[in-house]
Design a protein around this ligand. Structure first.
Ligand SMILES: NC(=O)c1ccc[n+]([C@@H]2O[C@H](COP(=O)([O-])OP(=O)(O)OC[C@H]3O[C@@H](n4cnc5c(N)ncnc54)[C@H](OP(=O)(O)O)[C@@H]3O)[C@@H](O)[C@H]2O)c1
Length: 332
């Protein structure tokens, strides 16, 4: 760990949705953070990285599968943040090993997901836990940060980017779930990585807690119009998940099926089991962002929906990206 107050932070996956939120918050505090974005060689020329460089970041092209050169890039880092996808498993493992070799002071693995028990709920979570186990095996100092569901992907159409994920009310639609404006993740991360009390701990960041019915009602109030509500029963959702699990077992390389299964499992966790709440997080040992940093102000769902409905808020995510193709390309 560096002895000066300027924290040297290296971000992998900086160009992604979560990565951009974190980079914006870090680059807004140049007196506190010196920021490096690691980019794949084939991505380093992208406009998004050029913009980060203009905003004060150092952009370094690296091979995410070469532990030695990666470790050399991390030697001066106080904090390494991974915003890679869990499917980028080899790269994620290599980053952990490189951070260990470089003796970084804190590693933030790519969780940033909704709350659920560590194992047995969904395969994607199991991968994240495997990566955390790898950190613990080598006593790499870590902080896990999970986040509520993004507002950006949780509104019914036409107020979410295509393909809309929130077209259907699950069961009665009244299970509480935590949410957040994606833009509010970065400011919390900036506080967490500078805070000694979050070292080797789990932290839950969220804006507010609502329900599926609450979201629909907010949209209807803002538009003054009824928003069609498809619904699926809990029994039918569970049958769909079971069928997808069989299909994935039969064809584990089919990334489209893997992602469909993950989405079904996320819905079940959030809207049937009710995992994604501050109370469940507290039970699971998480620190709560609202208690740690009461001065951090989050966008309310109400205000976000008003901005979207009034055309004042860009809610696009993954622009120009084919998520299935990306995931397929990076599996090996
Ligand atoms: N709470 C929620 O509602 C929510 C919603 C979505 C995601 N998440 C979670 O947030 C975390 C980050 O996901 P995201 O959606 O923000 O990510 P994303 O937008 O898909 O970005 C992925 C990043 O990884 C980089 N990347 C891709 N392939 C790579 C490779 N082979 N080697 C090295 N880097 C590679 C990409 O960089 P280049 O392409 O520029 O090289 C990009 O910066 C994940 O854990 C995800 O599950 C949470």
């Amino acid at each position: 760990m560096a002895s000066c107050t300027l924290l040297r932070v290296v971000v992998a996956g900086a160009s992604g949705e979560t990565g951009q939120s974190i980079m914006a918050a870090l680059l807004a505090e140049p007196a506190q953070f010196k920021v490096v974005a690691l980019a794949r060689h084939e991505s380093a020329g992208k406009e998004v990285y050029q913009e980060m460089a203009r905003a004060g970041a150092t952009v370094e092209a690296v091979d995410f599968c070469d532990v030695e050169t990666l470790a050399a890039r991390l030697v001066a880092a106080d904090v390494v943040i991974s915003c890679l996808l869990p499917l980028q498993r080899v790269e994620s493992e290599t980053l952990i090993d490189a951070a260990h070799r470089a003796s970084v002071g804190r590693f933030v693995p790519s969780f940033f997901s909704t709350i659920m028990p560590p194992r047995g709920i969904m395969e994607v979570r199991d991968v994240r836990e495997d990566l955390l186990d790898r950190c613990k095996l080598i006593y790499l100092p870590y902080t896990v940060i999970d986040a509520g569901s993004w507002y950006q992907i949780s509104l019914p159409p036409p107020y979410a980017p295509p393909p809309p994920l929130a077209t259907t009310v699950i069961g009665d639609g009244d299970i509480p779930t935590a949410m957040i404006d994606k833009a509010d993740i970065g400011p919390y991360v900036a506080r967490i990585i500078a805070d000694p009390q979050t070292l080797n701990r789990f932290v839950f960041v969220y804006g507010e807690v609502t329900t599926l019915n609450g979201i629909w009602t907010e949209v209807e109030t803002a538009t003054g119009e009824a928003v069609p509500r498809d619904s699926i029963s809990v029994v039918d959702l569970e049958a769909r998940i079971a069928a997808l699990r069989s299909s994935v077992t039969a064809d584990p390389t089919n990334v489209g099926l893997v992602l469909d299964l993950a989405m079904g499992q996320y819905l079940h966790s959030r809207h049937v089991r009710g995992d994604n709440t501050p109370d469940r997080a507290k039970y699971l040992g998480y620190l709560d962002c609202k208690i740690l940093y009461p001065d951090v102000k989050c966008k309310s769902l109400h205000a976000y929906i008003r901005e979207v409905v009034d055309g004042k808020r860009d809610y696009s995510v993954y622009v120009g990206r084919d998520v299935v193709a990306d995931a397929t390309q990076h599996r090996d």
